[in-house]
Design a protein around this ligand. Structure first.
Ligand SMILES: Nc1ncnc2c1ncn2[C@@H]1O[C@H](COP(=O)(O)OP(=O)(O)OP(=O)(O)O)[C@@H](O)[C@H]1O
Ligand SMILES: [Mg+2]
Length: 347
């Protein structure tokens, strides 16, 4: 039987990529299909490589083609990533870092915002996405509550323009989802809003895109893991003993087969108390060494320890993250965290 392109495409329509719940043709994964004689050659574009789905889908495609065109047919499939394909607005984003926690209120947004500032101060181009549907806080922390992102047309497509503040490109899910609506309404809107923030925004060239995730484990985390190539997650915790159960849950979730976002390490927030008039003092009011113990138990590095200081809350509310204040010891702590994150990514 003569091998025709249209027939190959028809056969490949029967191959499902389960992570996205559709066939590989309709998902736009087929690329550079070439046919010569009895040889079929093409590339398949995946969100990322190195996960079981890549082989499963590639094998299924090969099997389906051989069944139709005969076992002697040569099928050559090269899996590539969306990034290699140079596809989409995230093509210029070198690393996506997710900031996660098992439970709310541990300082995830504080860490995400200040990590973004510290990375930026270390010379990197940085973006920050607030994906916390339960309480977006990036607009407050950066003093852009009354602003809205603009739109620009690129290649015939309307793109969202991130708001730039302190040299950081910012977008919040709060700009797109009505946070006055009950959660049951917000939930389903959240994943599509997240996709918009990532796929329909003009991020340009960035070294790091930080994502402030909602606490716990839900649809947002799942969407992120399955549809994007995340460099790694940073888990934030506090030193209280009870917090460990939450950290373990978060870590376990990121290690599930269907998720597998690499864990870069743990950040212990509110690790000790430093009074503002005694910047050299450290009071370990929740006990010492918990963060290190948690990190060891999970087999991940302790990236850093952030003290409890009053100014963090004040600076958070004033729209100017504390890491911008060069004289503050907390800014130094965040700068160290930023450098450690960099070295964990690049080694
Ligand atoms: N190291 C710190 N020292 C003092 N206050 C802090 C510190 N870290 C966070 N806070 C304060 O604790 C509160 C919770 O922090 P944050 O909003 O960053 O937590 P979160 O984990 O993002 O919470 P949520 O689950 O509500 O999103 C805020 O008022 C913040 O200013
Ligand atoms: Mg938060």
């Amino acid at each position: 039987m003569l091998i025709e392109k249209s027939k190959v495409i028809e056969v490949l329509k029967g191959v499902i990529y389960f992570a996205k719940g559709d066939n590989i043709i309709d998902l736009g994964m087929l690329d550079e299909l070439e046919i010569s004689g009895r040889q079929i050659k093409f590339r398949l574009v995946f969100p990322r490589l190195g996960e079981p789905a890549v082989n499963i889908v590639s094998n299924a495609a090969e099997k389906a083609l051989k069944e139709v065109f005969g076992p002697e047919t040569q099928v050559e499939i090269t899996p590539i990533t969306e990034k290699e394909k140079g596809r989409g607005p995230l093509a210029g984003v070198k690393h996506i870092i997710a900031v996660a926690s098992g439970k709310g209120g541990v300082g995830k947004s504080t860490v995400a915002a200040n990590l973004a500032v510290a990375l930026s101060r270390s010379g990197a181009k940085v973006g920050l996405v607030d994906a916390d549907i339960y309480g977006p806080s990036v607009p407050i922390m950066f003093g852009i509550v009354d602003e809205g992102p603009g739109m620009v047309e690129k290649e015939g497509k309307q793109m969202i323009v991130p708001i730039e503040k302190f040299g950081i490109r910012l977008l919040s899910i709060g700009f797109f989802v009505d946070t006055d609506k009950p959660l049951i309404w917000r939930g389903p809107m959240a994943t599509s809003a997240l996709n918009q923030l990532l796929k329909d925004a003009d991020w340009g060239v960035l070294d790091y895109l930080i994502i402030d995730l909602p606490p716990g484990t839900g649809d947002i985390q799942l969407t992120l893991a399955q549809s994007y190539s995340i460099t790694g997650a940073v888990v934030v915790t506090t030193p209280q003993k009870v917090a460990f159960a939450d950290v373990r849950r978060a870590a376990t979730m990121f290690r599930q087969d269907k998720l597998t976002i690499p864990l870069l390490g743990l950040i212990e927030n509110m690790a000790y108390f430093t009074p503002s008039d005694m910047p050299g003092k450290k009071y370990f009011i929740f006990g010492k060494g918990h963060g290190e113990g948690f990190a060891n138990a999970l087999g991940i590095p302790l990236i850093g320890q952030i003290p409890i200081v009053e100014q963090i809350s004040e600076s958070g509310d004033s729209g100017s993250p504390i890491a911008l204040d060069e004289d503050s010891p907390v800014a130094k702590a965040f700068l160290e965290v930023a450098l450690r994150v960099k070295s964990l990514i690049h080694n």
